[in-house]
Ligand binder design. Structure first.
Ligand SMILES: Cc1ncc(COP(=O)(O)O)c(C=O)c1O
Length: 395
């Protein structure tokens, strides 16, 4: 059977490959500690689950939902943006719920990218930006995020032809995989660049609520004129530990949102309504779970940073996000090092090169691992170089 060239050329999804490797090890009875995937280990808060169960019992929620989501959900999203960022959104035209933000990120390229159009894509980055561009028939132009520039793009180094041909710029802060953050000044520059070159900015901000040491990330929508040039993807996945429920949103420019709504209405049939009611509860109910979760992640962050730096895997503590971006030891590339950790000590980390060429030389370590497994995993990582070196101090 012959598949389309589009599918033939599709690279395997990074995490599907990692999950396969973990499953193989587990099938052999080996114990594996995985720091690979950014999927919160902490359960969804009970009041959200309670609302979901209640809504699941109501017959009105057993039918096809509307693509644009419940008006009450759009209203709750708009109110959340107002409260959290001081951003005013029209719930009817500037808000669209998504089946997880990944779904919207994958489909937005169909709205903005024609054959051979350019999307400006960071390297390293969440892989879906480039893949959705390619699936829509376009070409990603990668711009580097380097440590020298605090993993922010140097817009001046993007060549003129790429800026001229670009239909879309992807940015993502707090950043996956580097853990870098951006301020309003940076977002204002992105708006200015979009105005100059007439492209759309898609900011992906699912980690805005996962932050440490009192730091509060800003939203792209707070930038002057953001709504004229772009949209922001957001998600309930990481804020409320709801990755499994699949619910997110896109907000901002009404024309872009209308285009995505039209595409989606031909592809999916909306988000199950019980999940929409759970999302309303999450957004409008008590928010104390957010600092509680962040305190747990922050403790893990500090422990992991200390141990990695102690054994020579240089890493800076991120101010936000669920990730630590650490340098691999000299003489290793990121895949060799990740493979070595898995084979020798049964620890899974993500090789940086999986996020793009510029990710070479790094691994990504996720904070979404239960405390006891963090300690076990760190002890094993310490023993990787020197089996005698057990982390007694941390046990
Ligand atoms: C940067 C980034 N964007 C989007 C997503 C997708 O999140 P979801 O589809 O669960 O909303 C992820 C998930 O890990 C991510 O890291």
């Amino acid at each position: 059977m012959k598949m389309s060239r589009r599918v033939e050329h599709l690279p395997p999804y990074l995490f599907a490959e990692i999950s396969k490797k973990i499953a193989e090890k587990k099938a052999k009875g080996e114990d594996v500690v995985s720091f690979a995937i950014g999927d919160p280990d902490i359960p969804t808060p009970p009041h959200i689950i309670e609302r979901l169960c209640q809504a699941a019992r109501e017959t009105a929620n057993h039918h096809y939902p509307e693509t644009e989501g419940l008006p009450k959900l759009r209203q709750a999203i708009a109110e959340w943006y107002q409260k959290r960022f001081g951003v005013t959104l029209d719930p009817d035209t500037e808000v669209l719920p998504l089946i997880g933000s990944k779904e919207g990120i994958a489909h937005i390229s169909l709205c903005l990218i024609d054959y051979r159009d350019i999307a400006l894509v960071p390297d390293p980055a969440y892989p879906v930006y480039a893949v959705s561009t390619i699936l829509a028939g376009g070409s990603p132009h990668y711009f580097p995020l380097t440590e020298r520039n605090d993993f922010l793009p140097d817009f001046d180094s993007i060549p003129a032809y790429a800026l001229k041909g670009a239909k879309l710029l992807w940015i993502n802060y707090p950043n996956n995989p580097t853990g870098a953050v951006a301020d309003l000044d940076f977002f204002n520059k992105a708006v200015e660049l979009a105005r100059q070159h007439d492209f759309v900015v898609c900011h992906d901000g699912p980690y805005s609520e996962v932050a440490f040491d009192g730091y509060q990330p800003v939203s792209f929508m707070q930038a002057d004129g953001a709504k004229e040039v772009g949209v922001e993807f957001h998600s309930l996945s990481k804020t409320y530990n709801m990755t499994g429920w699949r619910i997110g949103m896109v907000v901002g420019n009404a024309d872009v949102i209308d285009a995505l709504k039209r595409v989606k209405s031909n592809i999916d049939s909306g988000i199950p309504q019980a999940i929409q009611y759970a999302a309303i509860e999450a957004l409008t109910g008590p928010q104390s779970c957010i600092p509680e979760h962040n305190a747990i992640y922050q403790k893990r962050r500090d422990l992991i940073i200390e141990v990695l730096n102690n054994i020579g895997l240089e890493a800076r503590p991120p101010k936000a996000s669920l990730y630590i971006w650490a340098k691999v030891p000299p003489d290793y590339n990121s895949v060799d090092f990740a493979t070595d950790l898995l084979e020798k000590v049964g620890v899974v980390v993500t090789p940086g090169v999986g996020y793009g060429k510029q990710g070479e030389g790094y691994i990504r370590v996720s904070l979404t691992v239960p405390d006891a497994a963090v300690v076990k995993g760190l002890s094993r990582i310490s023993a990787w170089r020197d089996p005698k070196r057990r982390l007694k101090a941390y046990l």
